[in-house]
Design a protein. Structure first.
Length: 246
């Protein structure tokens, strides 16, 4: 029984490392954004995660009711439920990996001369090891009647807290990315040097500079333009020179 539990914990750690490596290689920017959101405000992320958990089932019910309004929507109910489950599980997984990275950075540091990706991989590895050690300890203490039950309860509570903070960090960071997407319109290579750049840290350096032009707006030259109430700004023809002025 003990060996089976230890193998299960080791297997979970291995799967977590594989998923974490894939996420780090394919979605490093999103992972770092969630990790920085968790590191900046742990308590806020925790309560945001609790609120998200409380609203998850009502949101699913509202989604299914909205799909059931039409006949085509009724056929899409299984797809909607599957998409909801995948989105929630993906958010929880991303949040756990991000919190593990924060824990690993706090325990092992960034490392001297390491690149951003190498430091992130190091923090992710150390953090997942730390999370696994909690369950290893609970598995080793499982033979003791009272202490084993308490250690397992502590492991469950600690894992739930990590997942809740991670889920809240995903929600908060996604809201921030959406706001920046509306403001700037796209990703860019400019550096965030203003107030937003100081708030977001090094991550804002990957966003483009702010612009007064919205996402769907196009700048039009100001010369030879006549505003009209229907078509907006329309170029007016340049008046031709009369023969009398020649």
């Amino acid at each position: 029984m003990l060996s089976t539990t230890l193998i299960a914990v080791a297997g979970t750690f291995g799967i977590g490392m594989i998923i974490g490596f894939v996420v780090l290689m394919t979605a490093e920017e999103a992972l770092l954004a969630v990790a920085k959101s968790a590191a900046r405000d742990v308590s806020g992320s925790f309560w945001a995660g609790v609120l998200t958990q409380l609203l998850a089932v009502p949101a699913l019910v509202v989604l299914l009711i909205a799909c059931a309004v039409t006949i085509i929507g009724i056929l899409a109910i299984p797809i909607a439920a599957l998409a909801w489950a995948l989105a929630l599980s993906g958010a929880v997984t991303l949040g756990i990996l991000a919190v593990a990275m924060v824990i690993g950075r706090a325990v092992a540091g960034r490392g001297n001369g390491a690149t951003e990706r190498a430091a992130a991989l190091r923090g992710l590895t150390v953090g997942l090891i730390a999370l696994s050690l909690v369950w290893f300890g609970a598995a080793l203490a499982s033979r003791v009647p009272v202490f084993g039950a308490i250690s397992r309860l502590v492991a469950v509570a600690f894992t739930w807290a990590v997942a809740t903070v991670g889920l809240g960090s995903v929600v908060k960071s996604r809201i921030g990315v959406s706001r920046l997407s509306v403001q700037f319109g796209r990703f860019g290579a400019g550096a965030g040097t203003g107030a937003a750049g100081g708030k977001m840290g090094g991550f804002t350096g990957k966003w483009g500079a702010a612009s007064s032009t919205g996402v769907n707006e196009v700048q039009v030259p100001v010369s030879w333009q006549t505003p009209t109430p229907v078509q907006g700004v329309v170029a007016a023809p340049k008046p031709a020179k009369s023969s009398e002025s020649l």
